[in-house]
Ligand binder design. Sequence first.
Ligand code: HEM
Length: 304
Amino acid sequence: MINRCRERNGVSFDPWDDLNQYVSNVILVLVCGQRFQPGHKTLEICQKISDAFDVLLLQKNQFLIDNVPLSVTLIPQIRNACQSMKDGYHYFTETVDKIIQESKDTTPNCLYTLLLQEHAEGLISTENIKGVLVDSVLAGVITTKPTMYNALAAMVNFPEVQKKIEEEIQRVVGKDRLPGFEDRNKMPYSKAVELEIYRYYTPVGAAGHYPRLQLYRFLDDNGDLLPPENEKRQRLLTFGVGKRSCIGEKLARVRIFLGLTSILHKCDLARDPSESFPSSDPNTYETKFILQPPPYKLQFNPRH
Ligand code: HEM
């Protein structure tokens, strides 16, 4: 993804499709043991089912579906979204089946093979397998992609924050390699920004947020990250709480941290002065189930 962004050589473009490929491929490796090249139908299907999910979860459509069940066949927007979900459901199960057939000798260690074992032991049905596969892909894509989209826009709206993350990357990681998992605990500022992005942009709206951006909220007076048991961190409910909290939290957090810092390691993000750019205030964004800014274009200027 970073290489593709750098190849544009500073010409502005909308990073949405590139984020789709990045986010979808990570979850697809876990689900079916394989990643897909840009332009592959599987990535298109990931985009289609997440668009369809967005339509089905619009408040007005939820109201219609709940109260006028016929809307599912009568209203073209809802009907098409349902059809895309059904197509995606069939496509995924067929594709994953094919991958497993083709790699019989080297069965990939992925979610699908684990589910097949449970099926062989009579614990779950094939319908369960299909449902869990599509749920995992959907849950893994629809949340993380808009969060990354918010994060990139935030770097342009708050250039001083981008600069500080870049300084921390320089200090901890240096020029010659990309940031890695092991760097996270040495990068309190970048981690605090990651948390602040969850708080300020609250991707899944139910959690709510205070309106002001508070960049130092998750840092103490020495610039260290507050520990997870600190009250301010405990109040961050981006991933829910309790038994039904998000099972993908750790994966999402690592992907967002590494995605953002790796992009900033290689590129300087800037707005194109000839294009409009979303406001830094998420209250101005259209109300959707998952919050995201309106479409925008960005310059990825190669750094070194
Ligand atoms: C920024 C990224 C993400 C956000 C903000 C997010 C947020 C949430 C929230 C708020 C819930 C509901 C918790 C509750 O009911 O209290 C949830 C549940 C869930 N999430 Fe995530 N999520 C993210 C990423 C992911 C990823 C990457 C996956 C899959 C790998 C995933 C899979 C799930 C599943 C399966 C549930 C349902 C859990 C259950 O009901 O037992 N999520 N998520």
